[in-house]
Design a protein around this ligand. Structure first.
Ligand code: SF4
Ligand code: MG
Length: 280
């Protein structure tokens, strides 16, 4: 179920959100499902494509904007969130989506991630997490388990603990936090819809297998379990859920009530106001 009121007559189909560009992802990559789920979610919400902007960083999953008909910004490594924050500050009327991977978002962009959660600006961050740097041919990322020996750079494992993005998001102040799995595209679409409809900063971690450099992730389908079917609104309860988390529970972990950040209280910044404010 989607908590938004979708009253409009259906005008847009999922295909209306796709571009003509054919994805270059490896066959079987989880990111294909995320692309379809995103277009399905947008058609469920009937958002006009020209009122949605999709910002990404660098990496396999960050190619996503090119494959959509939305306004897109393929930005620089780790910087998708500040670019999106600037966009939302200038154009609060747009639905702002951000997409990327675990390396881009939690290593290079790790600091931005903290402050985007904390600022709680109204945007939806979709992280396709495969615990590897796929584009640069398979190095360990911040979400890689310490005993993963699949890279020549870390033949005996990384030796350092993986970070837990959902714990970080919950600590830092994100208002909506969910996890889903690319092998269940309807669930991904539902999480994206709920994330878009939730006010403030929404994090959606999508377990998205990298079949080329982490072929064992094909086994995710046997490991995921939809345990978080009822979202909790109490932060303490959400932390308790995470203490028992094996990394494969899916659903809405937390739906908070923090006030979203609004750069302009009246939401009516004109181009002239912006020029004056930033002395352009
Ligand atoms: Fe997907 Fe991995 Fe191929 Fe990148 S390298 S497109 S993440 S399967
Ligand atoms: Mg990755």
């Amino acid at each position: 179920t989607i908590p938004c009121d979708v009253t409009a007559e259906p005008t847009y189909s999922a295909n209306d959100y796709k571009s003509q560009i054919k994805p270059v992802w490896c066959p079987g990559c989880g990111d294909y499902s995320v692309l379809s789920a995103l277009t399905k979610a947008l058609s469920e919400l009937q958002l006009p494509p020209e009122q949605v902007a999709l910002v990404s960083g660098i990496g396999c999953s960050s190619r996503l904007p090119a494959y959509t008909s939305l306004y897109g910004f393929h930005s620089i490594h780790g910087r998708a969130l500040p670019v999106a924050t600037g966009l939302k500050a200038a154009r609060p009327d747009l639905t702002v989506l951000v997409a990327g991977g675990d390396g881009d978002g939690f290593s290079i962009g790790g600091n931005h991630f903290l402050h985007a959660c904390r600022r709680n600006i109204d945007m939806t961050y979709i992280v396709m997490d495969n615990a590897v740097y796929g584009m640069t041919k398979g190095q360990a990322s911040p979400t890689t388990a310490p005993d993963w020996t699949g890279s020549k750079l870390t033949p005996e494992g990384t030796g350092i603990e993986a970070i837990h993005p959902l714990e970080i998001a919950l600590s830092a102040g994100a208002n909506f936090i969910a996890r889903t799995f690319a092998g269940q595209p309807n669930h991904v679409a539902q999480m994206i819809c709920e994330g878009i409809c939730a006010p403030g900063f929404s994090l959606i971690q999508v377990l998205s297998p990298c079949v080329t450099f982490r072929p064992e992730q094909r086994g995710y389908k046997e490991q995921v379990h939809q345990d978080w079917s009822t979202p909790v609104t109490d932060r303490k309860e959400a932390f308790l859920r995470l203490l028992d988390d094996d990394g494969f529970a899916t659903g809405v972990l937390y739906r908070g009530n923090h006030r979203p950040f609004h750069p302009a209280p009246d939401d009516t910044l004109s181009i002239a106001d912006l020029e004056k404010r930033f002395a352009l």
